[in-house]
Design a protein around this ligand. Structure first.
Ligand SMILES: [Zn+2]
Length: 860
């Protein structure tokens, strides 16, 4: 099928009168138990609007601000001075300047600031002529709808009762079991209300979300990549998978006179369209019927393509239910969740899904989390038979949906709970990083306390004096303590872990950018041990309070409930989602605070945390010595102890609890562990047989099969070791495996599949401007020689070759390509894969090499 045979005449674009988009709900809203899920700014009405989701009617309701709230920002200049400035006096969008009292967090003094009120958020920020670009302002980079949420004290993700202009959080009963565990925390008068507020926020059950997944397939021609902004080629198919049972594929006939019979006996319904415009109308109609739309990569492909394709076919902007932003694509009335962005989130990947997937592709994530993958096709999408295309598209849509529904809607619930903790809209939670989640909540805490959010440079001006020299190059302050490992092999090793060490320190020592080296004379003798920094006695630090509460809620309440077998399964699962979301935030919190790109970063605060941490670990190690426990190795917040007696371990745990009020826990037990001679590498086998290698390179999915196989065979050998003499034999076997693999590479005894490297394309090809990584080179070649369309998120398979480019895609190639393989590079790859493992078990390749050669020579 060619495009020409289908396009018989140019598309005629009808002229239509332009009309303003009908937006919002007419009349007075009266709703009960509807969840606040999102907010945005409506430029036509010049108002913020909120989106409420009603789980009983399964609909989104729009509520526009009735209070005449306006965008604003702060200046430290007096109103009369500001009014003299042309950028203010000549700006018609500046409505008023009033004064307001705020607390300056750096000096802890009341100050009078000017509040500049505007009729349009763009007057403050967002364009080159905005005020923000022309004068020094405070709180001018907070999105307007976020400001609105802060000012009205709204809470995202919880149920509301709406009655016309009035919106109020629905009464939520806190579970008795939660209250019981919270008892101790609630005794603290100063914190009582804060804890209760958090318990209420987290306690309400998450709603069932009516939703549909959506996937688009687009015609592709040789040597052309379909650019979403051009949208030159027709849409071939669209698939939908809904929580209400909808299973539908729309197919573009493309002049083929398809018969419905071709799609008989499938689990999904197929609708054939002779007219692409009609098909797009149908897509729009389905997308607007569902409050939530789920895609995989819809922000950068499916929705922008659909949008521009519709424009090309003569739709008016107002008829398209999509709003394109700079980096996202939103659905006008509902909510669009792009799973690509959500799973891409580092903290989600590491802490919520324990690195079970590595690359961000629908294929890999589905395989890892659902245990199934896409329909495999070898041809261009345009060359597939209609039935295969339908199957392919449907499967994509189904997997996308199931990623939100597996494990009792885990992902949807996780998103909801994170929205609650960060008080961020669901659209933003899915797209932004954990550092933004935390920053959002911290900003709101400033607003609640009447504290002016400081500029970065104001915090920096407090000074950057430090009391330790950074050891790692490029770091600004000293890292965590590391006890050099004892080289060798050790059996029966316990790893003891300080439960959330850094968050506990932040909490206990009241560490925050404004409390470390605070302005009060009275606090200056309250020194942080091991530093010359002092800490505030008078006020609770904002960061300290936030992390402290999150940690307490997790450790004292929700983690306990999630494990409590006496609780009904359904409730337990809910508590598990909450503790999981809290864990994501906790585990990421110190990384966020300790990074100089964070808005509230303060070097002495970050340094204090690591110094206190080092002190705690060092003192604990000293105590181990006293007890006669042998510490083999120590990292950030864990200690490796050799065959400890139970009694002594208990004593150690008590010591840590009494001395530092911290929980030391048994994290894992190694049957044996091998430490490297040179670096801080180790290799271990847990008592359950699981293998642990620090920085396991061979696990990476883009490692070629041949190398991966050799690596895993080696692990298998090491896994079964029970005694020291078995270990020596295993070492010999691993060497054998290694040299056999090297030999095969050198002699080219392999298939293309065995040495292919798979890497996911993270962005569209045009976006790689600064550097061109290998897989991008291969993707470009694929595009140039085979006209393959490469979408972001797709896996590129290539080999390393000799020659200028150094790579070649293997798609459609024959085994004769093996001649071009650069064996030297593969041997390097094999080495680097094995390097850490061999080092850890005490094999020196250089020495072995010499031996190997001697053996060969004597043989010849
Ligand atoms: Zn103080």
């Amino acid at each position: 099928m060619s495009l020409e045979s289908w396009i018989r005449e140019d598309v005629v674009i009808e002229e239509k009168p332009k009309k303003k988009r009908e937006f919002g709900n007419k009349g007075k809203l009266k709703l009960k138990g509807v969840f606040l899920v999102s907010a945005d700014y409506d430029p036509n009405m010049k108002k913020v609007f909120l989106k409420f989701y009603d789980p009983s009617k399964e609909e989104i309701y729009i509520w526009h601000d009735p209070f005449g709230h306006h965008p604003y920002c702060y200046s430290k200049e007096r109103p009369e001075e500001l009014r003299k400035k042309p950028e203010i006096s000549e700006n018609e969008r500046i409505m008023d300047i009033i004064t307001e009292e705020k607390i300056d967090p750096i000096t802890d003094k009341k100050i009078i600031v000017s509040k500049i009120i505007a009729s349009d958020p763009l007057a403050i920020g967002g364009t080159r002529s905005s005020l923000r670009e022309r004068m020094r302002l405070w709180e001018a980079d907070i999105k307007y709808y976020i400001n609105y949420i802060f000012d009205l004290g709204l809470q995202v993700g919880v149920p509301y009762d709406v009655d016309g202009d009035s919106i109020r959080i629905s009464e939520v009963e806190i579970d008795e079991r939660v209250m019981k565990l919270a008892e101790r925390a609630l005794k603290d008068e100063a914190m009582r209300d804060k804890y209760l507020k958090w318990l209420r926020i987290l306690s309400s059950k998450t709603p069932r979300y009516k939703r549909v997944s959506f996937d688009l397939e687009v015609y592709v021609e040789e040597e052309v990549i379909p650019s979403p902004s051009e949208a030159k080629y027709p849409i071939l198919a669209a698939s939908f998978y809904g929580s209400d049972g909808l299973k539908l594929v729309l197919i573009n006939d493309m002049g083929r006179n398809l018969s419905p019979d071709e799609f008989k006996g499938k689990e999904y319904q197929v609708k054939i369209f002779k007219d692409e415009k009609k098909m797009i109308e149908e897509i729009f109609s389905i997308l607007t019927r569902y409050p939530f739309v789920i895609t995989f990569n819809g922000d950068s492909f499916d929705l922008p393509y659909l949008y521009h394709r519709a424009l090309n076919l003569g739709f008016h902007k107002e008829e398209i239910p999509i709003k394109l932003g700079r980096n996202d694509a939103r659905i006008i009335k509902g909510i669009h969740i792009d799973l690509y962005k959500f799973f891409f989130n580092k903290s989600v990947k590491i802490y919520a899904f324990k690195n079970r997937y590595e690359t961000i592709s629908l294929e890999e994530i589905s395989e890892a989390l659902l245990g199934k993958g896409k329909v495999k096709v070898k041809k261009l999408i345009s060359e597939l038979s209609p039935a295969t295309l339908a199957e392919y598209s449907f499967t994509d849509g189904k997997l996308t949906y199931e990623l939100t529904s597996f494990n009792n809607d885990l992902v949807m619930r996780l998103i909801t709970v994170i929205a609650r903790i960060s008080n961020m809209t669901i659209d933003d939670v899915c797209r932004l990083s954990v550092s933004n989640w935390i920053k959002n909540r911290i900003m709101q805490m400033h607003r609640e306390r009447g504290v002016l959010i400081p500029l970065r440079e104001e915090i920096k001006l407090k000074g950057e004096r430090r009391f330790s020299e950074p050891i790692t190059k490029g770091k600004k302050y000293i890292g965590a303590v590391v006890v050099r490992p004892k080289p060798g092999v050790f059996f029966d090793v316990y790893v003891m872990d300080f439960a959330s060490l850094y968050p506990s320190i932040l909490k206990q020592f009241n560490i925050s950018y404004e409390t470390v080296n605070c302005p009060h004379e009275r606090c200056k003798d309250n020194l942080i041990p091991g530093t010359g920094h002092w800490c505030c006695r008078l006020k609770k630090g904002i960061m300290s309070e936030f992390v402290g509460i999150i940690r307490d809620l997790r450790v004292n309440i929700f983690k306990k409930l999630a494990k409590d077998k006496s609780i009904p399964e359904e409730d337990r699962r809910f508590y598990d989602v909450i503790q999981g979301a809290l864990k994501v935030i906790i585990n990421a919190s110190y990384g966020v605070f300790g990074s100089d790109s964070f808005q509230f970063y303060y070097l002495p605060a970050a340094e204090s945390v690591t110094l206190i941490g080092r002190r705690i670990i060092t003192e604990t190690i000293n105590y181990c010595k006293k007890l006669g426990l042998e510490v083999l190795y120590g990292d950030t917040d864990s200690l490796f102890i050799r065959s400890p007696e139970e009694e002594k371990l208990r004593e150690l745990i008590n010591f840590v609890k009494e001395k530092f009020n911290l929980d030391l826990e048994i994290d894992k037990i190694y049957r044996y562990v091998a430490f490297s001679m040179r670096k801080k590498n180790y290799f271990g086998v847990l008592t359950n047989g699981q293998v642990d290698v620090k920085g396991l390179v061979g696990k990476k999915r883009n490692t070629p099969e041949l190398i991966k196989n050799a690596f895993f065979r080696s692990l298998e050998v090491l896994k079964n070791v029970k005694t020291a003499s078995e270990f020596e034999k295993a070492k010999e076997k691993v060497k054998e495996i290694y040299f056999e693999a090297e030999d095969r590479i050198r002699k080219r005894k392999f298939t293309l599949e065995e040495i292919a490297i798979s890497t996911v394309l993270g962005k569209s090809l045009e976006e790689y401007t600064a550097t061109t990584p290998e897989h991008v080179k291969a993707a470009k070649l694929l595009q140039a020689t085979r006209g393959r369309v490469v979408k972001p998120g797709e896996i590129i398979r290539y080999i390393k070759t000799r020659g200028r480019l150094g790579v070649k895609p293997i798609e459609g190639e024959s085994e004769s390509l093996i001649r071009e393989v650069d064996t030297r590079k593969y041997i390097e790859l094999l080495r680097s894969t094995f390097d850490q493992l061999l080092d850890a078990i005490g094999v020196d390749l250089e020495k072995e090499k010499g031996r190997e050669w001697n053996r060969l020579e004597s043989f010849m």
